[in-house]
Design a protein around this ligand. Structure first.
Ligand code: NAD
Length: 311
């Protein structure tokens, strides 16, 4: 069923996910516009292809892990894209694990189901698409412990599960096309807002004279307890092993959080309801990014409360 897997987008996440597929024994063909990374893979004996369409011609399943919606659209529907030529595609399944907006995921899913599988002209069958973004950063990609949130046909999800479990620990089926992307942006929206809520409460508490370590004991045994207070605390020195205790290095980059909040804000606009916390969170993380903190972990938003003030 999975004679060959194509993998496109060998960046921080994709290269590690691809390595786990290689370790699991899959036969892989890769493509990236970065030639250095292509050379790295070809030196390991992995088949490299010069364009997405070349990957499609050589693969039964194609996985993409790209920066944003425009790159994903380009790789699927651009010139020399995966769907170039339309009918007669070899891959029966496309999996996009990039974090993008649900509208683009649905658009690509429709474009794919408009194509025909190679050799199936008599018995019209369409290839399938799963939007399958991940939770967990570079470390989880390296250790194969990502969580996949998956939208698309349930039978395609069931067929793809062994692939997900070669790159991750958990997979959750979310529903039809676009629901995986929806789950991802909703998760990160909730994470951003709870991190902001906890940071704001610490900043107020400290300003009123209570130590962050004391406030943490209160939060974690009271109703304010959440992941941002008990597992990923944003105040330096309160918890070992978290980015706040190493000058906010490593972890989940603020620029990626700003990107995900941008996607949430765009989707919020589409549904026509008011989402005030989405707008505020987007604004604060964009500011943080613009102030040069883009590569710092997103919990550095705690410092935002002290910016412009002598500590
Ligand atoms: P990255 O920028 O490190 O890697 C992206 C790769 O895609 C690069 O190697 C780039 O050369 C390649 N690329 C770009 N355009 C291309 C094209 N047209 N054709 C072929 N290759 C192309 O990004 P990343 O950190 O690996 O993130 C990938 C996706 O995963 C993003 O959507 C991101 O939001 C999401 N994500 C990242 C993290 C994280 O911690 N880094 C965590 C969860 C989700």
């Amino acid at each position: 069923q999975f004679e060959r897997i194509g993998f496109i987008g060998l960046g921080n996440m994709g290269s590690r996910m691809c390595n786990n597929l290689i370790k699991a024994g899959y036969n892989i063909a890769v493509h990236d516009i970065n030639h250095d990374v292509m050379t790295m893979f070809s030196e390991k004996g992995i088949l490299t292809k010069e364009s997405p369409v070349e990957v499609a011609k050589a693969s039964d399943v194609v996985i993409t892990m790209l920066p944003s919606s425009s790159h994903v659209l380009d790789v699927y529907t651009g010139p020399n894209g995966l769907l170039h030529g339309g009918d007669g595609l070899r891959p029966w399944l496309f999996i996009d694990s990039s974090t993008i907006d649900p509208q683009t995921s649905r658009k690509i899913s429709v474009a794919i189901s408009d194509c025909m599988l190679k050799g199936k002209e008599d018995d019209w069958e369409t290839p399938s698409m799963l939007d399958a973004p991940v939770s967990g950063g570079v470390l989880a990609a390296e250790t194969g412990s990502l969580t996949f949130m998956v939208g698309g046909l349930e039978k395609a999800y069931a067929a793809a599960k062994p692939l997900f479990l070669s790159m991750g620990k958990n997979t959750i089926y979310c529903g039809g096309a676009g629901t995986g992307s929806t789950a991802k942006i909703c998760n990160n929206l909730a994470m951003a807002v709870s991190m902001l809520g906890v940071s704001e409460a610490y900043a107020l508490g400290q300003s009123l004279g209570i130590a962050a370590s004391t406030l943490t004991k209160i939060f974690n045994s009271s109703s304010a307890r959440c992941w941002s207070s008990d597992s990923y605390n944003p105040v330096p020195g309160v918890m070992d092993g978290v980015p706040a205790s190493r000058n906010y290095d490593g972890g989940f980059a603020s620029k990626l959080m700003a990107k995900d909040l941008n996607l949430a804000a765009a989707s919020a606009k589409e549904v026509g309801l008011k989402f005030p916390l989405t707008s505020v969170a987007e604004e604060i993380f964009t500011e943080l990014n613009d102030a040069g903190n883009g590569t710092k972990d997103f919990s550095c938003v705690f410092r935002h409360y002290y910016s412009g003030k002598d500590e």
